[in-house]
Design a protein around this ligand. Structure first.
Ligand code: NAP
Length: 415
């Protein structure tokens, strides 16, 4: 067993392993958990209670998660004098699947976001955000129930590569000088400059994941979202490499939009996934006006960043939006909001985002019975109009409860 300084390995759990390129999950998997800062303390407690109750109920005590606390953010700083100790990322790499609350990013001192650091250290190249509507939640659109998408957003390139130079610095001057002279560009001398790399490797592994998900879960389509009309060799290449993966690696399982019209007269053959592409700006309209037509979305970093928040806003906001960062095997499941410090330790905040991230985690473990049980219990709790303050202010005649009581109600509503 691995030696850790502050992490205690639970005695009643077993390690998830990889066999034949697949996760092999024991009935008592050890799952590292980062409680998180601020409201992390409230929502993680609530979330663990809900998950434990669902697993217990769904598998009649035959399965149980052995949670293992690992540290990042303020708690890590207290224990290690470091914000992101190496043993935390080592533990997650060793145990493969982890759950995480929000973390404070220390301001100043050139700190990189802990979240971005974790994604890079563990090579979690796909940011996965499902967005669906829960009946009864207030929404700014007329038919929020029509939107049910899962967004696969590239997590390591494009603007997330973070390559840029400040206006007027020697480096900026060097880059501009070289580009203007050698590449015959005409960049103004008083420009800041950034580089937007999009690689075939980064694109293909992301699109491959989205396609695999769509095929395994019998989803109707995968839409590649890009700005290839303007940036041909980055955004446009993303589209081309995406189609290349689809038509070479998943040939028998997919039909492209072009083939749909050329070969199938617009009628989708049964059991196949439609692979199509949309230009980013048009896609923002489409998710509002034709939301039911989209299912799985694969996109470079910045488009995905905007699109996931815009979609989340349609179904009730960030308090309900789950997320995960996934690599080849490692899955880090996390609330998509921040630490909301003004609500910390007040037992008022909505634990929905974290609980739904845990639902994604259960699906990732193939414990879908427990996952569906939680989802249905949340649906029922919201339908009964028992909600936390954020949903309460958007709903007429609802009963406002705190974080822990909301979790208790979800558990009561489990079948
Ligand atoms: P935030 O913590 O997400 O909170 C902004 C607002 O969003 C809250 O005041 C609240 O709005 C609403 N909100 C957030 N979580 C909610 C929940 N669970 N239920 C209901 N409403 C919720 O954003 P921030 O204030 O910009 O950031 C605070 C800290 O979090 C910063 O240190 C930032 O770096 C960090 N952060 C971390 C992550 C992460 O770890 N993944 C992500 C983003 C930010 P109302 O006041 O209107 O109710």
């Amino acid at each position: 067993m691995e030696k850790f300084k502050h992490i205690r390995i639970p005695k009643d759990g077993k390690r998830i392993t990889v066999k034949n390129k697949k996760l092999s999950v024991p009935s008592n998997p050890i799952i590292p958990v980062i409680e998180g800062d601020g409201i992390g303390r409230d929502i993680m407690k609530a979330c663990r209670r809900v998950v434990d109750a669902a697993v217990e109920k769904a598998y009649k005590g035959k399965k149980k998660i052995a949670w293992m606390d690992v540290y990042a953010g303020e708690r890590a700083y207290e224990l290690y004098r470091e914000w992101l100790p190496k043993e935390t990322t080592e533990a997650i790499k060793t145990y493969y699947v982890a759950l995480k609350g929000p973390l404070t990013t220390p301001i100043g001192g050139g700190f990189r976001s802990l979240n971005v650091s974790m994604r890079q250290i563990m090579n979690l190249y796909a940011c996965v955000r499902p967005v669906r509507y829960f009946k009864g939640v207030g929404s700014p659109v007329v038919h929020p129930e029509r939107l049910n998408v899962i967004i696969y957003r590239e997590n390591t390139e494009d603007v997330y590569a973070g390559i840029e130079w400040k206006k007027g610095t020697g480096d900026a001057k060097k880059v501009i000088g070289w580009l203007n002279k050698t590449m015959k560009t005409s960049i103004r001398a008083d420009s800041g400059v950034g580089i937007k790399p999009i690689s075939a490797t980064g694109t293909k592994r992301l699109v491959r994941k989205a396609l695999r998900y769509a095929i395994d879960h019998k989803k109707p389509s995968v839409t590649l979202v890009h700005k290839g009309n303007i940036m041909k060799y980055t955004e446009g290449a993303f589209r081309d490499w995406g189609y290349e993966v689809a038509t070479t690696e998943f040939r028998s399982k997919i039909v492209t939009e072009q083939e749909l019209w050329d070969k199938y007269k617009g009628k989708m053959p049964k059991g196949k996934v439609l692979v199509q592409d949309r230009i980013a700006d048009s896609m923002f309209q489409q998710v509002l006006t034709r939301s039911a037509e989209y299912s799985v979305i694969a996109t470079p970093n910045l488009n995905g960043d905007y699109l996931s928040d815009a979609c989340a806003a349609q179904v009730g906001g960030l308090g309900m939006a789950p997320g995960a960062n996934i690599g080849d095997y490692i899955g880090l499941f996390e609330a998509t909001h921040g630490t909301a410090p003004k609500y910390a330790d007040k037992d008022v905040i909505n634990p929905g985002s974290l609980i739904l991230s845990a639902v994604m985690m259960l699906d990732y473990l193939d414990w879908d019975k427990a996952a569906r049980m939680i989802e249905k219990a949340i649906e029922k709790t919201i339908e009964k109009k028992t909600v936390t303050y954020d949903l309460h202010r958007q709903m007429k005649g609802a009963r406002k409860v705190g974080t822990s009581e909301y979790a208790t109600q979800i558990i009561k509503n489990m079948r």
